[in-house]
Ligand binder design. Structure first.
Ligand code: SAM
Length: 286
């Protein structure tokens, strides 16, 4: 695991870094797509191994940080790296380029969690937000204050795997009849249980993360060259199941990882965020 800073102030330690780059079998001059640039850790290793990288992130902070980074600026100037602010699903559906490999490192970056005003963390008091794309129309505020009881219950169950989902949804629905629930701390306080699962569920709902993942999984194989590898790192059992089934059922792909690759003990010790990470890879047939 490299512990060096990639984009300045990003403070994001990449998960399963070498495992992913090795799975892509990076070859100098070949072109790779990184759908989740974040602090750029995975892209950086591909660039250092001579790959050409086309990357997206839906968070403009990630793109702007790379532009002013001593690490990435030279690659951007030379054209070895190109960055687009986009949802990876939109980009892949519209791309006409073919790639030798693709990587998707799903979920939230440390930068997003650690930036108070983004409203991702129950440990930091901010207006409820959680939008990775700050131009998106729906934030956690609208979900918490406007979605009906049934929808709240469903996302807490499904995305949060929260067994107290009905009680929590009822509490939110009652509380907001008096005044809107404005902040992360207000929400965390009224839950009466550990807020982690509820916050995770809201984040997944705000982004429609499973919707983007499904769209990407359908479109990506058509954008891979024969023999090219797609690598997906997921942090949630629903995501992992979608990836597993999609790789298994897609006749354009042949599964490489019968069982997912998980972080080694050393990585688990050094980076608690890696705890639930699972890497699955598949190769384009033909
Ligand atoms: C876990 S971080 C990636 C970290 C990166 N691999 C690294 O090593 O620094 C996930 C990033 O993907 C972005 N992201 C999540 N879902 C996305 C989507 N559907 N389209 C584009 N970017 C997305 C987030 O904004 C975040 O910056």
């Amino acid at each position: 695991m490299i512990n060096v800073e990639n984009s300045p102030d990003f403070g994001h330690v990449s998960v399963l870094l070498y495992e992913t780059a090795d799975a892509l079998d990076v070859t100098p001059g070949n072109t790779y797509f990184d759908g989740t640039f974040g602090g750029g850790g995975h892209s950086r290793l591909i660039l250092e191994r001579g790959g050409i990288v086309r990357a997206t992130d839906m968070d403009s902070d990630a793109i702007e940080a790379a532009k002013v980074s001593d690490v990435f600026r030279p690659y951007l100037v030379s054209g070895q790296l190109a960055l687009t602010k986009s949802n990876f699903a939109d980009f892949i559906e519209q791309a006409d380029e073919l790639f030798d490999g693709m990587i998707f490192d799903l979920g939230v970056s440390s930068h997003q969690l650690d930036t108070t005003e983004r409203g991702f963390s129950f440990r930091r008091d901010a207006r409820l937000d959680m939008r990775m794309d700050r131009t998106a129309p729906i934030s956690a505020y609208e979900i918490v204050n406007e979605w009906d009881y049934e929808d709240l219950k469903r996302i807490f169950y499904e995305y949060g795997e929260e067994r107290n989902a009905p009680r929590i949804a009822r509490r939110i629905a009652e509380t907001r009849t008096r005044a809107p629930i404005e902040t992360t701390y207000q929400l965390a306080e009224l839950l009466n249980t550990h807020p982690k699962r509820v916050f995770q569920a809201l984040r997944i709902a705000v982004q429609d993360e499973l919707g983007s993942l499904s769209r990407m999984l359908k479109a990506a194989p058509n954008r891979l060259k024969p023999g090219g590898v797609i690598a997906v790192i997921s942090f949630h059992s629903l995501e992992d199941r979608l990836v597993k089934h999609s790789f298994r059922d897609d006749t354009r792909l042949s599964v490489i990882t019968k069982h997912p690759i998980t972080p080694r003990d050393e990585e688990l010790r050094e980076n608690t965020r890696s705890g639930s990470a699972k890497l699955r890879t598949a190769r384009k047939v033909g």
